[in-house]
Design a protein around this ligand. Structure first.
Ligand code: SAM
Ligand code: SF4
Length: 436
């Protein structure tokens, strides 16, 4: 009889990558994937705790899966990811029916834990945070049919930005060996993948030492040589570690996409200091100018937070001013959210929720205009698009430009994974519309 699993993935790309690893192990153990939890034998929720809202969402989903288990006692329910790492055994106290708490660094142990979970019906809490990332699985089949994929090149973070929970729940920074990353990339290419995004909390500090130092630009140069790898992207890049060598890769490597996600967080030096970010607004601006000098068409996107403790109206104005000056292609913006155990949680001068909301909507309004203006410049231009599938709107295809813009277009005989030239007819805030 077939057995089924369902994985719900919340949060960042790193969680998506980890969920793919978990799914591959389950597929190799003869489980079949399902899109809904109702008839699954194993349910895993891969969680995020970067903001309070993400945590609430994950725990409410866990509550729903636990009620499913009350009706189906043979069901195995597990929680993975950042909440699992943070809360550990407390989760079993709170949800006694829960079978598995799988910390962020324990992903590689899932195969061994499966037997204990399913056959022995044990309850397991696995949260060792000092483990190294697992080797890639590289078995034929799982990635077939995908045109793009993530590859984690490192785990953890040592930066301790004062607001951030990541260093506590993902552990110390550790880079993966280059030969494993190359092997994984070659495997993905063999499965039909055309584009990879290299993942790390701060890819700029990737380093592998075996006598010589092999750093992130070395890795990019090596990967760019791989036959069949049409596009390389990476995220996230910390401004304090963005070297001239890495910037020069944008002018040098043909398959490195001209897009960088460079989180700014705030435009006031006082707030950047309180955040422990390690750069000033002037230094950030300098990086933007260098990037645009090396690659004039580079798209720059960013993360910005509003309402950090002690952020005055003047500080917020400085953020708006810098956003106007830089003109990001797009921006992820958030209200500061207290995270347990971080330095910022203990800071004085917290900003009222209503004020945070008002600043956020002001900032988003500003960015909307800038994004539209930048996208409008592409009207009439021809862009190379990697075809990713049918668009949500019937009769259209969708894909992304090298600069990571979503492009929808009409064409009768497109193929998934094909590169096509699309002429842009109309630009919107969130996408572009064109034809071949
Ligand atoms: N490592 C990446 C970096 O340094 O940019 C980002 C990791 S974090 C998962 C993604 C974004 O979430 C951050 O850039 C930040 O803007 C936001 N973030 C992190 N902690 C937050 C908090 N406590 N409240 C609100 N936003 C937060
Ligand atoms: Fe969090 Fe800062 Fe590390 Fe990014 S660099 S994960 S924001 S501590």
């Amino acid at each position: 009889m077939s057995r089924y699993f369902y994985i719900s993935t919340m949060g960042c790309q790193m969680n998506e990558y980890d969920s793919d690893y978990l799914a591959q192990v389950l597929v190799n153990a003869n489980y079949l994937p399902m899109d809904t939890p109702d008839n699954a034998d194993i349910i895993l929720i891969n969680t995020c705790t970067v903001r309070a809202k993400a945590e609430q969402k994950a725990l409410s989903l866990l509550g729903r899966m636990i009620s499913l288990k009350r009706r189906k006692p043979d069901l195995v329910v597990g929680i993975a990811g950042c909440i699992a790492q943070q809360e550990g055994a407390h989760l079993i106290e709170r949800f006694p029916e829960l079978d598995l708490v799988l910390g962020t660094r324990e992903i590689g142990n899932i195969e061994a834990l499966l037997e204990r979970l399913v056959s022995n019906r044990e309850k397991i809490v696995a949260t060792d945070i000092d483990l190294r990332p697992p080797s890639p699985i590289c078995k034929d089949g799982y990635f077939r049919g995908r045109v793009k994929s993530y590859i984690s090149i490192m785990e953890g973070c040592d930066n301790f930005c004062s607001y951030c929970i990541v260093p506590y729940v993902r552990g110390r920074e550790v880079s993966r060996p280059p030969d494993e990353i190359l092997r994984e990339t070659q495997h993905l290419i063999s499965q039909g993948v055309k584009e990879v995004t290299l993942l790390g909390q701060n890819v700029n500090s990737y380093v592998w030492r075996t006598g010589d130092t092999f750093n992130f630009p070395s890795l990019l140069r090596e990967l760019s040589q791989l036959h069949g790898l049409a596009r390389i992207r990476f995220t996230t890049s910390h401004p304090k570690d963005l070297s001239d060598d890495l910037i020069s890769c944008f002018g040098e490597l043909e398959n490195l996409c001209p897009h960088i996600h460079l989180p700014l967080q705030a435009g006031s030096n006082k707030i950047l200091d309180l955040m422990n970010r390690g750069y000033s607004r002037e230094k950030y601006m300098e990086l933007v100018l260098k990037l645009r000098q090396v690659r004039p068409d580079v798209a720059i996107t960013s993360d910005v937070m509003v309402g950090f403790p002690q952020e005055s109206h003047e500080d917020f104005e400085l953020t708006l001013e810098l956003i106007r000056e830089i003109e990001f292609d797009s921006l992820y913006s958030f209200k500061y959210s207290d995270r347990k155990g971080t330095l910022a949680e203990k800071m004085v001068g917290k900003i009222p929720e209503a004020e945070k909301s008002s600043r956020l909507s002001q900032l988003q309004q500003l960015q909307k205009g800038i994004t539209l203006k930048r996208n409008k410049r592409l009207e009439g231009r021809e862009l190379e698009i990697l075809v990713e599938g049918a668009s949500k709107k019937g009769g259209q295809w969708t894909g992304r430009s090298t600069t990571n813009k979503i492009v929808n277009f009409t064409n009768n005989n497109c193929k998934l994974g094909e590169f096509v030239k699309v002429k842009i007819k109309r630009a919107f805030v969130n996408s572009l519309l064109g034809y071949i």
